[in-house]
Ligand binder design. Structure first.
Ligand code: GLN
Length: 543
Protein backbone atom coordinates (compact mmCIF):
# COMPACT_ATOMS: atom_id res chain seq x y z
CA UNK A 1 0.00 0.00 0.00
CA UNK A 2 1.23 3.49 -0.88
CA UNK A 3 0.27 5.22 2.32
CA UNK A 4 -0.73 8.87 1.95
CA UNK A 5 0.14 11.62 4.38
CA UNK A 6 -1.93 14.77 4.73
CA UNK A 7 -0.49 17.61 6.80
CA UNK A 8 -2.99 20.07 8.25
CA UNK A 9 -1.36 23.41 8.97
CA UNK A 10 -2.93 26.48 10.55
CA UNK A 11 -2.68 29.99 9.15
CA UNK A 12 -3.17 33.50 10.59
CA UNK A 13 -4.18 32.58 14.15
CA UNK A 14 -5.06 29.79 16.51
CA UNK A 15 -8.57 28.84 17.53
CA UNK A 16 -10.06 28.79 14.02
CA UNK A 17 -10.93 25.11 14.04
CA UNK A 18 -7.91 23.36 12.62
CA UNK A 19 -8.63 20.30 14.79
CA UNK A 20 -12.28 20.19 13.76
CA UNK A 21 -11.22 20.52 10.11
CA UNK A 22 -8.77 17.63 10.49
CA UNK A 23 -11.43 15.55 12.26
CA UNK A 24 -13.96 16.40 9.55
CA UNK A 25 -11.59 15.34 6.77
CA UNK A 26 -11.08 12.13 8.76
CA UNK A 27 -14.83 11.48 8.74
CA UNK A 28 -15.21 12.42 5.08
CA UNK A 29 -12.46 10.07 3.87
CA UNK A 30 -13.87 7.32 6.09
CA UNK A 31 -17.34 7.90 4.66
CA UNK A 32 -15.82 7.29 1.23
CA UNK A 33 -14.65 3.86 2.35
CA UNK A 34 -11.00 4.61 3.17
CA UNK A 35 -9.08 3.66 6.28
CA UNK A 36 -7.72 6.68 8.06
CA UNK A 37 -5.83 7.62 11.18
CA UNK A 38 -4.95 11.03 12.57
CA UNK A 39 -2.20 12.36 14.73
CA UNK A 40 -1.49 15.63 16.45
CA UNK A 41 1.96 17.08 16.91
CA UNK A 42 2.21 19.86 19.43
CA UNK A 43 5.09 22.29 19.61
CA UNK A 44 5.42 22.59 23.40
CA UNK A 45 8.29 21.11 25.37
CA UNK A 46 6.03 19.25 27.80
CA UNK A 47 6.33 15.55 27.08
CA UNK A 48 2.54 15.28 27.14
CA UNK A 49 -0.45 17.41 28.11
CA UNK A 50 -0.81 15.78 31.53
CA UNK A 51 1.21 18.30 33.50
CA UNK A 52 -0.58 21.37 32.21
CA UNK A 53 -3.30 23.30 33.96
CA UNK A 54 -6.57 23.09 32.00
CA UNK A 55 -6.87 26.87 32.06
CA UNK A 56 -3.51 27.04 30.24
CA UNK A 57 -4.17 24.32 27.78
CA UNK A 58 -7.81 23.25 27.78
CA UNK A 59 -8.93 19.75 28.56
CA UNK A 60 -6.45 16.93 28.90
CA UNK A 61 -7.95 14.12 26.84
CA UNK A 62 -7.20 10.54 27.88
CA UNK A 63 -7.03 7.71 25.37
CA UNK A 64 -8.02 4.10 25.95
CA UNK A 65 -4.32 3.18 26.33
CA UNK A 66 -3.73 5.97 28.83
CA UNK A 67 -2.06 8.83 26.96
CA UNK A 68 -2.74 12.32 28.30
CA UNK A 69 -3.14 14.42 25.21
CA UNK A 70 -4.49 17.44 23.49
CA UNK A 71 -8.24 17.82 23.15
CA UNK A 72 -7.96 17.46 19.37
CA UNK A 73 -7.42 13.74 19.87
CA UNK A 74 -10.91 13.85 21.42
CA UNK A 75 -12.19 15.48 18.23
CA UNK A 76 -10.64 12.75 16.11
CA UNK A 77 -12.29 10.07 18.25
CA UNK A 78 -15.67 11.78 18.27
CA UNK A 79 -15.72 12.48 14.54
CA UNK A 80 -14.34 9.14 13.42
CA UNK A 81 -15.87 6.87 16.06
CA UNK A 82 -12.46 5.21 16.35
CA UNK A 83 -10.14 4.93 19.33
CA UNK A 84 -6.87 6.78 18.83
CA UNK A 85 -3.76 5.40 20.52
CA UNK A 86 -0.85 7.00 22.29
CA UNK A 87 1.33 6.61 19.19
CA UNK A 88 -0.74 9.34 17.56
CA UNK A 89 0.23 12.14 19.88
CA UNK A 90 3.58 13.84 19.70
CA UNK A 91 5.18 16.89 21.30
CA UNK A 92 8.55 18.59 20.95
CA UNK A 93 9.31 17.31 24.46
CA UNK A 94 8.58 13.72 23.52
CA UNK A 95 10.69 13.92 20.36
CA UNK A 96 13.70 15.43 22.14
CA UNK A 97 13.35 12.99 25.02
CA UNK A 98 13.48 10.04 22.63
CA UNK A 99 16.41 11.42 20.65
CA UNK A 100 18.38 12.16 23.83
CA UNK A 101 17.65 8.68 25.21
CA UNK A 102 18.77 7.12 21.94
CA UNK A 103 21.96 9.17 22.04
CA UNK A 104 22.64 8.02 25.61
CA UNK A 105 22.21 4.44 24.44
CA UNK A 106 24.75 4.90 21.65
CA UNK A 107 22.09 4.35 19.03
CA UNK A 108 23.57 7.00 16.71
CA UNK A 109 26.83 5.08 16.24
CA UNK A 110 29.04 7.79 17.60
CA UNK A 111 27.72 10.47 15.25
CA UNK A 112 27.22 14.10 16.26
CA UNK A 113 23.49 14.27 16.97
CA UNK A 114 22.06 17.49 15.58
CA UNK A 115 18.75 19.32 15.56
CA UNK A 116 18.59 18.79 11.79
CA UNK A 117 18.24 16.07 10.60
CA UNK A 118 17.90 13.99 13.76
CA UNK A 119 14.87 15.74 15.23
CA UNK A 120 12.79 15.78 11.98
CA UNK A 121 13.97 12.21 11.30
CA UNK A 122 12.46 11.10 14.61
CA UNK A 123 9.23 12.96 13.77
CA UNK A 124 9.07 11.24 10.37
CA UNK A 125 9.73 7.87 11.96
CA UNK A 126 6.84 8.40 14.36
CA UNK A 127 4.44 9.60 11.67
CA UNK A 128 5.18 6.53 9.57
CA UNK A 129 4.92 4.25 12.58
CA UNK A 130 1.48 5.66 13.46
CA UNK A 131 0.29 4.90 9.92
CA UNK A 132 1.70 1.41 10.03
CA UNK A 133 0.26 0.57 13.45
CA UNK A 134 -3.19 1.74 12.38
CA UNK A 135 -2.85 0.01 9.00
CA UNK A 136 -4.32 3.16 7.53
CA UNK A 137 -4.38 4.30 3.93
CA UNK A 138 -4.32 7.93 5.02
CA UNK A 139 -2.49 9.53 7.91
CA UNK A 140 -3.68 12.99 8.84
CA UNK A 141 -1.07 14.99 10.70
CA UNK A 142 -2.28 18.12 12.42
CA UNK A 143 0.61 20.44 13.17
CA UNK A 144 -0.01 22.44 16.34
CA UNK A 145 0.52 26.19 16.35
CA UNK A 146 0.34 28.57 13.41
CA UNK A 147 2.51 28.94 10.34
CA UNK A 148 5.09 31.70 10.76
CA UNK A 149 5.93 31.07 14.38
CA UNK A 150 9.15 29.28 15.05
CA UNK A 151 7.88 26.85 17.65
CA UNK A 152 6.70 24.33 15.05
CA UNK A 153 9.47 24.80 12.48
CA UNK A 154 11.02 21.39 13.03
CA UNK A 155 7.72 19.68 12.37
CA UNK A 156 7.35 21.62 9.15
CA UNK A 157 10.87 20.62 8.24
CA UNK A 158 9.86 16.97 8.77
CA UNK A 159 6.87 17.56 6.47
CA UNK A 160 9.13 19.15 3.85
CA UNK A 161 11.55 16.22 3.99
CA UNK A 162 8.71 13.71 3.60
CA UNK A 163 7.33 15.62 0.64
CA UNK A 164 10.73 15.87 -1.02
CA UNK A 165 11.13 12.10 -0.87
CA UNK A 166 7.60 11.16 -1.90
CA UNK A 167 5.92 14.18 -3.49
CA UNK A 168 3.02 12.09 -4.75
CA UNK A 169 2.12 10.76 -1.33
CA UNK A 170 2.22 13.94 0.73
CA UNK A 171 -0.39 16.69 0.69
CA UNK A 172 -0.65 20.00 2.48
CA UNK A 173 -3.88 21.54 3.67
CA UNK A 174 -3.69 25.09 4.96
CA UNK A 175 -6.55 25.98 7.30
CA UNK A 176 -6.56 29.73 7.29
CA UNK A 177 -8.63 32.63 8.52
CA UNK A 178 -10.42 35.27 6.44
CA UNK A 179 -11.47 38.19 8.59
CA UNK A 180 -14.42 40.43 7.80
CA UNK A 181 -13.47 43.62 9.70
CA UNK A 182 -16.62 45.41 10.82
CA UNK A 183 -15.23 48.78 9.73
CA UNK A 184 -14.66 47.50 6.17
CA UNK A 185 -17.54 45.05 5.83
CA UNK A 186 -15.63 42.97 3.31
CA UNK A 187 -13.88 39.63 3.55
CA UNK A 188 -10.10 40.14 3.41
CA UNK A 189 -7.76 37.59 1.89
CA UNK A 190 -4.42 39.23 2.68
CA UNK A 191 -3.73 37.40 5.97
CA UNK A 192 -4.28 34.11 4.14
CA UNK A 193 -1.99 35.17 1.31
CA UNK A 194 0.66 35.88 3.95
CA UNK A 195 0.08 32.52 5.61
CA UNK A 196 0.49 30.78 2.28
CA UNK A 197 3.70 32.74 1.65
CA UNK A 198 4.97 31.78 5.11
CA UNK A 199 4.43 28.16 4.09
CA UNK A 200 6.47 28.78 0.95
CA UNK A 201 9.27 30.17 3.11
CA UNK A 202 9.27 26.89 5.01
CA UNK A 203 9.62 25.08 1.69
CA UNK A 204 5.97 24.02 1.50
CA UNK A 205 3.19 24.80 -0.93
CA UNK A 206 -0.43 24.40 0.17
CA UNK A 207 -2.38 22.02 -2.08
CA UNK A 208 -5.73 22.88 -0.56
CA UNK A 209 -6.73 25.97 1.38
CA UNK A 210 -9.65 25.69 3.78
CA UNK A 211 -10.82 29.25 4.41
CA UNK A 212 -12.43 29.76 7.78
CA UNK A 213 -14.60 32.80 8.10
CA UNK A 214 -17.90 34.03 9.50
CA UNK A 215 -19.30 33.85 5.98
CA UNK A 216 -18.94 31.57 2.95
CA UNK A 217 -16.13 32.53 0.56
CA UNK A 218 -17.50 33.88 -2.71
CA UNK A 219 -16.13 33.16 -6.20
CA UNK A 220 -14.26 36.46 -6.42
CA UNK A 221 -12.28 35.74 -3.31
CA UNK A 222 -11.75 32.11 -4.22
CA UNK A 223 -10.12 33.31 -7.45
CA UNK A 224 -8.04 35.85 -5.62
CA UNK A 225 -6.75 33.28 -3.15
CA UNK A 226 -6.15 30.94 -6.05
CA UNK A 227 -3.95 33.36 -7.96
CA UNK A 228 -2.04 34.73 -4.98
CA UNK A 229 -1.54 31.43 -3.24
CA UNK A 230 -0.91 29.31 -6.30
CA UNK A 231 -3.78 26.83 -5.91
CA UNK A 232 -6.64 25.81 -8.17
CA UNK A 233 -9.86 27.77 -7.35
CA UNK A 234 -11.51 24.37 -6.78
CA UNK A 235 -9.00 23.79 -4.03
CA UNK A 236 -10.13 26.81 -2.08
CA UNK A 237 -12.65 25.35 0.30
CA UNK A 238 -15.19 27.56 1.97
CA UNK A 239 -15.68 26.78 5.66
CA UNK A 240 -18.02 29.34 7.20
CA UNK A 241 -18.97 29.30 10.89
CA UNK A 242 -21.42 26.52 11.64
CA UNK A 243 -24.04 26.24 14.40
CA UNK A 244 -22.47 23.00 15.50
CA UNK A 245 -19.00 21.57 14.92
CA UNK A 246 -20.71 18.37 13.79
CA UNK A 247 -22.00 20.21 10.76
CA UNK A 248 -18.48 20.85 9.48
CA UNK A 249 -18.00 17.45 7.77
CA UNK A 250 -21.26 18.05 5.92
CA UNK A 251 -20.21 21.55 4.82
CA UNK A 252 -16.73 20.46 3.75
CA UNK A 253 -18.13 17.46 1.91
CA UNK A 254 -20.41 19.77 -0.01
CA UNK A 255 -17.30 21.71 -1.09
CA UNK A 256 -15.89 18.40 -2.36
CA UNK A 257 -12.78 18.45 -0.20
CA UNK A 258 -12.71 14.64 -0.16
CA UNK A 259 -12.82 14.39 -3.96
CA UNK A 260 -10.07 17.00 -4.29
CA UNK A 261 -7.82 15.14 -1.85
CA UNK A 262 -8.34 11.81 -3.63
CA UNK A 263 -7.69 13.40 -7.01
CA UNK A 264 -4.52 15.15 -5.93
CA UNK A 265 -3.13 12.06 -4.26
CA UNK A 266 -4.18 9.96 -7.19
CA UNK A 267 -6.26 7.58 -5.10
CA UNK A 268 -9.09 5.73 -6.77
CA UNK A 269 -12.50 6.00 -5.10
CA UNK A 270 -13.85 2.92 -3.40
CA UNK A 271 -16.84 1.09 -4.67
CA UNK A 272 -18.29 0.55 -1.21
CA UNK A 273 -18.99 3.83 0.47
CA UNK A 274 -20.93 4.39 3.66
CA UNK A 275 -21.54 8.06 2.96
CA UNK A 276 -22.47 10.67 5.52
CA UNK A 277 -26.15 9.66 5.80
CA UNK A 278 -26.19 8.69 9.48
CA UNK A 279 -24.01 11.63 10.34
CA UNK A 280 -26.35 14.03 8.56
CA UNK A 281 -29.31 12.57 10.43
CA UNK A 282 -27.57 13.30 13.71
CA UNK A 283 -26.83 16.89 12.62
CA UNK A 284 -30.45 17.32 11.56
CA UNK A 285 -31.63 16.06 14.94
CA UNK A 286 -29.37 18.55 16.70
CA UNK A 287 -30.74 21.37 14.60
CA UNK A 288 -34.39 20.50 14.85
CA UNK A 289 -34.53 19.87 18.61
CA UNK A 290 -36.65 22.60 20.12
CA UNK A 291 -37.31 21.33 23.62
CA UNK A 292 -34.68 22.43 26.09
CA UNK A 293 -32.98 20.89 29.07
CA UNK A 294 -30.97 23.12 31.42
CA UNK A 295 -27.73 21.70 32.71
CA UNK A 296 -25.32 23.41 35.11
CA UNK A 297 -21.68 22.45 35.08
CA UNK A 298 -20.14 23.35 38.40
CA UNK A 299 -16.36 23.45 38.13
CA UNK A 300 -13.31 25.58 38.61
CA UNK A 301 -11.48 25.92 35.32
CA UNK A 302 -13.65 28.50 33.60
CA UNK A 303 -12.09 31.88 34.06
CA UNK A 304 -9.18 33.36 32.14
CA UNK A 305 -8.97 37.09 32.61
CA UNK A 306 -12.23 38.60 31.42
CA UNK A 307 -13.20 35.55 29.42
CA UNK A 308 -14.94 32.30 30.15
CA UNK A 309 -13.08 29.28 28.93
CA UNK A 310 -15.16 26.21 28.22
CA UNK A 311 -12.36 24.27 26.55
CA UNK A 312 -11.37 22.78 29.89
CA UNK A 313 -14.45 20.59 29.88
CA UNK A 314 -14.97 20.06 26.17
CA UNK A 315 -15.56 16.30 26.33
CA UNK A 316 -18.16 16.77 29.07
CA UNK A 317 -19.95 19.38 26.97
CA UNK A 318 -19.83 17.20 23.85
CA UNK A 319 -21.10 14.16 25.79
CA UNK A 320 -24.07 16.24 26.97
CA UNK A 321 -24.75 17.24 23.36
CA UNK A 322 -24.61 13.64 22.14
CA UNK A 323 -27.05 12.48 24.80
CA UNK A 324 -29.39 15.43 24.18
CA UNK A 325 -29.21 14.81 20.42
CA UNK A 326 -30.27 11.23 20.99
CA UNK A 327 -33.24 12.33 23.09
CA UNK A 328 -34.20 15.12 20.68
CA UNK A 329 -33.51 17.86 23.17
CA UNK A 330 -31.37 20.95 22.96
CA UNK A 331 -28.92 21.48 25.80
CA UNK A 332 -28.75 24.79 27.60
CA UNK A 333 -25.49 24.70 29.50
CA UNK A 334 -24.55 27.16 32.24
CA UNK A 335 -21.08 27.29 33.75
CA UNK A 336 -21.01 27.96 37.44
CA UNK A 337 -17.79 28.63 39.27
CA UNK A 338 -17.77 26.57 42.47
CA UNK A 339 -15.78 29.07 44.50
CA UNK A 340 -18.60 31.57 44.75
CA UNK A 341 -20.71 29.16 46.80
CA UNK A 342 -18.09 28.99 49.52
CA UNK A 343 -19.32 32.23 51.03
CA UNK A 344 -22.66 32.64 49.33
CA UNK A 345 -25.04 30.08 50.85
CA UNK A 346 -28.05 32.00 49.54
CA UNK A 347 -26.69 31.67 46.01
CA UNK A 348 -27.20 27.92 46.18
CA UNK A 349 -30.90 28.46 45.59
CA UNK A 350 -30.26 29.36 41.98
CA UNK A 351 -29.35 25.71 41.46
CA UNK A 352 -33.05 24.85 41.54
CA UNK A 353 -33.37 26.53 38.15
CA UNK A 354 -31.45 23.67 36.54
CA UNK A 355 -32.74 20.29 35.47
CA UNK A 356 -29.44 18.64 36.23
CA UNK A 357 -25.99 19.35 37.63
CA UNK A 358 -22.71 17.91 36.45
CA UNK A 359 -19.56 18.21 38.50
CA UNK A 360 -16.50 17.39 36.42
CA UNK A 361 -12.96 16.38 37.31
CA UNK A 362 -10.30 18.57 38.84
CA UNK A 363 -7.24 18.84 41.02
CA UNK A 364 -6.32 20.67 44.21
CA UNK A 365 -8.15 22.45 46.95
CA UNK A 366 -9.53 25.53 45.23
CA UNK A 367 -13.31 25.63 45.09
CA UNK A 368 -13.74 22.28 46.78
CA UNK A 369 -15.80 23.48 49.75
CA UNK A 370 -18.14 25.27 47.33
CA UNK A 371 -18.54 22.06 45.36
CA UNK A 372 -19.42 20.13 48.49
CA UNK A 373 -22.18 22.65 49.25
CA UNK A 374 -23.53 22.28 45.72
CA UNK A 375 -23.55 18.48 46.09
CA UNK A 376 -25.46 18.70 49.33
CA UNK A 377 -28.01 20.99 47.72
CA UNK A 378 -28.44 18.64 44.76
CA UNK A 379 -28.78 15.61 47.02
CA UNK A 380 -31.25 17.18 49.44
CA UNK A 381 -33.30 18.90 46.76
CA UNK A 382 -33.37 15.89 44.47
CA UNK A 383 -31.76 17.61 41.49
CA UNK A 384 -30.27 15.04 39.09
CA UNK A 385 -26.53 15.02 39.78
CA UNK A 386 -23.58 13.36 38.12
CA UNK A 387 -20.08 13.63 39.60
CA UNK A 388 -17.11 12.78 37.43
CA UNK A 389 -13.86 11.78 39.14
CA UNK A 390 -13.27 14.72 41.53
CA UNK A 391 -17.05 15.26 41.45
CA UNK A 392 -17.55 11.67 42.63
CA UNK A 393 -14.88 11.93 45.32
CA UNK A 394 -16.48 15.07 46.72
CA UNK A 395 -19.91 13.41 46.66
CA UNK A 396 -18.44 10.75 48.95
CA UNK A 397 -16.94 13.42 51.24
CA UNK A 398 -20.30 15.20 51.39
CA UNK A 399 -22.15 11.97 52.17
CA UNK A 400 -19.66 11.08 54.88
CA UNK A 401 -19.98 14.51 56.50
CA UNK A 402 -23.69 15.12 56.26
CA UNK A 403 -25.25 11.65 56.26
CA UNK A 404 -22.76 9.47 58.12
CA UNK A 405 -22.00 12.25 60.62
CA UNK A 406 -18.23 12.13 59.99
CA UNK A 407 -17.85 15.88 60.35
CA UNK A 408 -14.09 15.85 59.68
CA UNK A 409 -14.39 13.82 56.48
CA UNK A 410 -12.16 15.02 53.65
CA UNK A 411 -9.78 13.89 50.94
CA UNK A 412 -6.08 13.70 51.71
CA UNK A 413 -5.55 15.57 48.47
CA UNK A 414 -6.79 18.77 50.16
CA UNK A 415 -5.90 18.19 53.79
CA UNK A 416 -2.95 15.89 54.03
CA UNK A 417 -3.33 15.18 57.74
CA UNK A 418 -7.09 14.91 57.91
CA UNK A 419 -8.28 12.62 60.70
CA UNK A 420 -10.97 11.21 58.40
CA UNK A 421 -9.62 10.57 54.88
CA UNK A 422 -12.67 9.02 53.19
CA UNK A 423 -10.81 9.74 49.95
CA UNK A 424 -7.17 8.76 50.18
CA UNK A 425 -4.18 8.52 47.94
CA UNK A 426 -3.96 5.18 46.10
CA UNK A 427 -1.18 3.05 47.54
CA UNK A 428 0.44 2.79 44.10
CA UNK A 429 0.71 6.59 44.03
CA UNK A 430 2.53 7.13 47.32
CA UNK A 431 6.00 6.44 45.96
CA UNK A 432 5.38 8.54 42.86
CA UNK A 433 4.27 11.58 44.88
CA UNK A 434 7.15 11.20 47.36
CA UNK A 435 9.63 11.30 44.51
CA UNK A 436 7.74 14.12 42.72
CA UNK A 437 7.42 12.02 39.57
CA UNK A 438 4.24 13.61 38.34
CA UNK A 439 4.38 13.19 34.56
CA UNK A 440 2.30 10.35 33.16
CA UNK A 441 2.10 8.52 36.48
CA UNK A 442 -1.58 8.77 37.43
CA UNK A 443 -3.90 5.79 37.12
CA UNK A 444 -4.50 6.33 33.43
CA UNK A 445 -6.56 4.82 30.66
CA UNK A 446 -9.20 2.11 30.50
CA UNK A 447 -9.86 -0.31 33.33
CA UNK A 448 -12.65 -2.79 33.97
CA UNK A 449 -15.53 -1.93 36.21
CA UNK A 450 -18.03 -4.53 37.35
CA UNK A 451 -21.46 -3.03 37.74
CA UNK A 452 -23.83 -4.09 40.51
CA UNK A 453 -27.23 -5.31 39.36
CA UNK A 454 -30.27 -3.30 40.38
CA UNK A 455 -28.42 0.03 40.25
CA UNK A 456 -28.96 3.10 38.05
CA UNK A 457 -25.62 2.34 36.40
CA UNK A 458 -26.59 -1.24 35.58
CA UNK A 459 -29.82 -0.06 34.06
CA UNK A 460 -27.95 2.51 31.99
CA UNK A 461 -25.22 0.20 30.72
CA UNK A 462 -27.40 -2.88 30.43
CA UNK A 463 -24.43 -5.07 31.30
CA UNK A 464 -22.30 -6.20 34.18
CA UNK A 465 -18.81 -5.43 32.95
CA UNK A 466 -17.72 -2.15 31.39
CA UNK A 467 -14.41 -0.51 30.58
CA UNK A 468 -13.93 3.16 31.30
CA UNK A 469 -11.08 5.65 31.15
CA UNK A 470 -9.36 7.02 34.22
CA UNK A 471 -7.08 9.81 35.31
CA UNK A 472 -6.58 10.05 39.08
CA UNK A 473 -4.31 9.47 42.07
CA UNK A 474 -6.91 9.28 44.84
CA UNK A 475 -9.66 6.77 45.57
CA UNK A 476 -12.43 5.95 48.03
CA UNK A 477 -10.69 4.72 51.18
CA UNK A 478 -11.72 1.08 51.66
CA UNK A 479 -11.69 1.55 55.46
CA UNK A 480 -14.81 3.68 55.17
CA UNK A 481 -16.79 1.60 52.71
CA UNK A 482 -18.75 -0.27 55.38
CA UNK A 483 -19.75 2.94 57.19
CA UNK A 484 -20.81 4.56 53.93
CA UNK A 485 -22.83 1.51 52.94
CA UNK A 486 -24.44 1.19 56.35
CA UNK A 487 -25.63 4.74 55.94
CA UNK A 488 -27.25 4.00 52.60
CA UNK A 489 -24.59 4.87 50.01
CA UNK A 490 -24.72 2.39 47.12
CA UNK A 491 -21.43 1.06 45.81
CA UNK A 492 -22.65 0.43 42.28
CA UNK A 493 -19.37 -0.40 40.57
CA UNK A 494 -15.95 -1.69 41.52
CA UNK A 495 -12.75 -2.57 39.77
CA UNK A 496 -12.74 -6.39 39.85
CA UNK A 497 -8.97 -6.64 40.42
CA UNK A 498 -8.30 -3.92 42.95
CA UNK A 499 -11.71 -3.68 44.62
CA UNK A 500 -11.46 0.07 44.05
CA UNK A 501 -14.79 1.91 44.13
CA UNK A 502 -15.73 3.05 40.63
CA UNK A 503 -19.40 4.09 40.93
CA UNK A 504 -21.46 5.36 43.85
CA UNK A 505 -25.17 6.12 43.96
CA UNK A 506 -27.60 7.64 46.41
CA UNK A 507 -30.98 6.01 46.92
CA UNK A 508 -34.37 7.74 46.92
CA UNK A 509 -33.11 10.30 44.49
CA UNK A 510 -34.07 10.64 40.81
CA UNK A 511 -30.42 10.42 39.72
CA UNK A 512 -27.44 10.83 42.00
CA UNK A 513 -24.43 9.07 40.58
CA UNK A 514 -20.69 9.55 40.98
CA UNK A 515 -18.10 7.83 38.83
CA UNK A 516 -14.37 7.59 39.49
CA UNK A 517 -13.78 7.43 35.76
CA UNK A 518 -14.43 9.80 32.85
CA UNK A 519 -17.34 8.49 30.75
CA UNK A 520 -17.18 11.70 28.70
CA UNK A 521 -14.08 10.47 26.88
CA UNK A 522 -16.01 7.60 25.33
CA UNK A 523 -19.12 9.42 24.18
CA UNK A 524 -19.59 9.74 20.42
CA UNK A 525 -22.19 11.62 18.35
CA UNK A 526 -23.68 8.43 16.94
CA UNK A 527 -23.37 6.48 20.18
CA UNK A 528 -23.95 8.74 23.15
CA UNK A 529 -22.57 7.44 26.43
CA UNK A 530 -25.20 5.46 28.38
CA UNK A 531 -24.47 7.25 31.67
CA UNK A 532 -24.94 10.64 30.04
CA UNK A 533 -28.10 9.44 28.32
CA UNK A 534 -29.46 8.17 31.62
CA UNK A 535 -28.57 11.45 33.37
CA UNK A 536 -30.13 13.57 30.62
CA UNK A 537 -33.30 11.47 30.65
CA UNK A 538 -33.68 12.04 34.33
CA UNK A 539 -32.96 15.76 33.91
CA UNK A 540 -35.67 15.92 31.23
CA UNK A 541 -38.10 14.20 33.57
CA UNK A 542 -37.40 16.63 36.38
CA UNK A 543 -37.95 19.60 34.05
N1 GLN B 1 -7.79 15.09 41.94
C1 GLN B 1 -8.45 13.82 41.98
C2 GLN B 1 -7.47 12.66 41.92
O1 GLN B 1 -6.34 12.83 41.55
C3 GLN B 1 -9.47 13.72 40.87
C4 GLN B 1 -8.86 13.68 39.51
C5 GLN B 1 -9.83 14.01 38.40
O2 GLN B 1 -10.89 14.57 38.62
N2 GLN B 1 -9.47 13.70 37.18
O3 GLN B 1 -7.80 11.56 42.23
Amino acid sequence: MNRKYIFIIGGVMSGIGKGVTAASIFRILQSKGHSVTAMKIDPYVNVDAGTMNPVEHGEVFVTEDGAECDQDIGNYERFSGKDITKDNYLTTGKVYQTVINKERNLEYDGKCVEVVPHIPDEVIYRIKRAGKLAQAEFVLIEVGGTIGEYQNLLFLEAARMMHLKNPKDVLFVLVSYLPVPSTVGEMKTKPTQNASRAMNEAGLQPDIIVGRSSYPIDEIRKKKISSFCNVDPKDVISAPDADSVYEVPVLLDREKVGERILKKLNVRSKRKQEGLGKWKNFVERLKSADKRVRIAIVGKYFETGDFVLTDSYISVIEAIKHACGQENYKEEITWLSAEKYEKDEEGLRELSEYDGIIMPGGFGKRGVEGMIKVIRYARENKIPFMGLCLGMQLAVVEYARNVCGLKEASSSEFSKDTSCPVIDVMSSQKEVIKESRYGGTMRLGAYDCSVEEGTIAHKAYGKKMVKERHRHRFEVNSEYIETLKKNGLVIAGKNPNLGLVEIIEVKKHPFFVGVQFHPEFKSRPLSAHPMFVSFIRSAIKSH
